[in-house]
Design a protein around this ligand. Sequence first.
Ligand code: HEM
Length: 422
Amino acid sequence: MTVASSLADDVAAYAALEPWALAERWRIYRRLREESPVHEVAGSVLITTYEDVCSVLLDHERVHNGAPSRGVPGEVLDRLTQGERAMLADIVDWEDRWLTAANGRRHAELRALGTRVFAARAIQDLRERVAAVIHEMLTSLARRETFDFVSEFAYRLPLTVISEILDIPDELREPLHETWVGMMPARTGLAWRSNLPRDLEDAHRHFKAMERQVRDLLDLRSSGPTTEIMRNLVEARASGVDEKDLLVLIQILITAGHQTTQDLLANGLHALLRERDQWRLLCEDPSLAPAAVEEILRYRSPSQDIERFAAAPFTLRGVEVPAGRHLTILLGSANHDPAVFSEPDVFDILRPDARQHVAFGRGPHFCLGAALSRMEGSLALEALARRLPDIELVGDDPPWIPSTHLLGLAFLHVSPGPLRAG
Ligand code: HEM
């Protein structure tokens, strides 16, 4: 294990996506909370305590949302060519239309459109179908001696569910996902902005490809029968909603929940199988699955950070934050804050206050897909505990994907053991 000597070294290694620092991020978060809870690095201000995370997310006067790629430090912008700036501007134009980037009235309007899609009732109506998809997948995977839980279950379940909701044809499902992965450099968090123009051309190509693919989907579903949710989106286009706003909304509905739910499932199974007593608890009483989901969201939050900008200058814990400064809100650190969660580094599915976590954010941007991912997570864990109670990890601990923003395993090899009726 490499241990950097100073906090600055630790944080720099973490921001530069050093694998050892990503694996030790909770230790680095603890140091930050204790030694420098409001900390400047890579042109951003890190907010790390539960109290500050909540107050910043609820402070709409001084803190705004915006396109993440806007937060490029001046010295980095200076080294970009004109062509590179134009590519960055295209990316910013797309990101600016994300729900997560919008503020005030514009956010309320865009969100109203999204809320129609994710009304709680519509999600409950999907329950049976999601359970059936899980049943089929586990029945087939149980025939194998070993399999990669990430690529063969955790990746496929949310992709199948959202594709059915949005009526995405089979042949477009994987290409859409690959395009999203290609857009990822812009989502790797702190490293993206400071390393520009590295990865810029590639990311730009994928942003453009996403626009084409989503437009093709909307065109395809503009005539003929489709799901109620897709019809709403098609009708929104006909009623004059800006087409690019609509394309971006569809993109975010397809992608926002995919990687995150994949990570919820894989991070969760990994934690449960490493802490075998927790897995046994769940197998003895599978109705604990919803509680286990909340603890996984707290303990191994799929979205480790979200981004904001200072709309006005302010001072937090003695640190002066100028207007326009990029802020990194560390949800993953808030969820390990001992001021709120006792023994925060212990994974305990019976923890009574796990639901206090901020894994879905806080305030008006609270995750629109929370009910859907909670449902997918609970049904999947319950089915795994009932049907594959002897499932085991195979091989060494898998690495985390290179991102400060997302927390996900690159792979997770398991041996399923015998299939029970369940
Ligand atoms: C475990 C799974 C998930 C996690 C951890 C997660 C996390 C988050 C977080 C932290 C935010 C707040 C962003 C911010 O304030 O800047 C958010 C917003 C959002 N999420 Fe999720 N999410 C998950 C699943 C989903 C799913 C399944 C969908 C939809 C299919 C979805 C759609 C959205 C959308 C559209 C927003 C933007 C809401 C707004 O800005 O008003 N998420 N999510």
